[in-house]
Design a protein. Structure first.
Length: 202
């Protein structure tokens, strides 16, 4: 079995990846919406009509797009009764589900082990995830995922982790339209156990 490891210390804007230590632009892998759609249509075979959508909001409705109420984990996770934390939505999610995160700042670190999960914010300036605690703590990632396929992470700002994103054994997944900055060791760390791992960045 071949192990593949990739380290990217990156800041994402619309078109370019910058190495935050060297402050030198490097060529980005640019993927159009059509290509991302193709990737998902090729890899995801979840039957239509069985996937749930979960909603998350902070304690304010200012600037909100997806929800119409403040969040609470005692609620049902709908657009009119959203969860307060993304973690609560991840616990509730099943393969093929989507989690829509409204405008706000969320102090939590996430762990994804659900296949074909979509995690999407309003945009990378409005939905901000700040990993709590000491960013030098070993293994602490703002978003971590392990041994799953078909993860989509979109429109999020990820900061203050040891890693912005940590993927272990993750394949056929997409990270797009995210800002990943201010993390202690590296922006994106990908460790795969597939002979031909596929993680698409745009």
């Amino acid at each position: 079995m071949t192990q593949h490891t990739t380290h990217l210390n990156t800041f994402f804007d619309d078109s370019t990846i910058h190495n935050s230590k060297l402050n030198t632009p490097v060529r980005a892998l640019l993927i159009s919406v059509q290509i991302v759609t193709f990737i998902y249509s090729f890899f995801i075979f979840i039957p239509q009509g069985v996937c749930a959508i979960w909603y998350v909001n902070d304690t304010s409705t200012s600037g909100d797009v997806y929800t119409s109420a403040v969040g609470s984990n005692a609620q049902s996770g709908t657009s009119t009764a959203p969860f307060l934390t993304i973690t609560k939505a991840l616990i509730s999610a099943s393969p093929g589900d989507s989690v829509f995160i409204d405008s706000g700042t969320f102090n939590e670190y996430l762990y994804i082990d659900t296949a074909f999960l979509t995690l999407i914010g309003v945009d990378s300036n409005s939905t901000i995830l700040i990993s709590p605690g000491d960013s030098s703590t070993s293994g602490l990632a703002t978003v971590g995922a392990s041994r799953c396929t078909g993860v989509l992470i979109k429109n999020l700002s990820l900061t203050n982790g040891k890693y912005g994103v940590y993927f272990e054994g993750v394949n056929s997944s997409v990270i797009t339209s995210c800002k990943i900055y201010g993390n202690h060791t590296t922006g994106i760390y990908i460790e795969n156990f597939f002979s031909s791992p596929k993680v698409y960045l745009s």
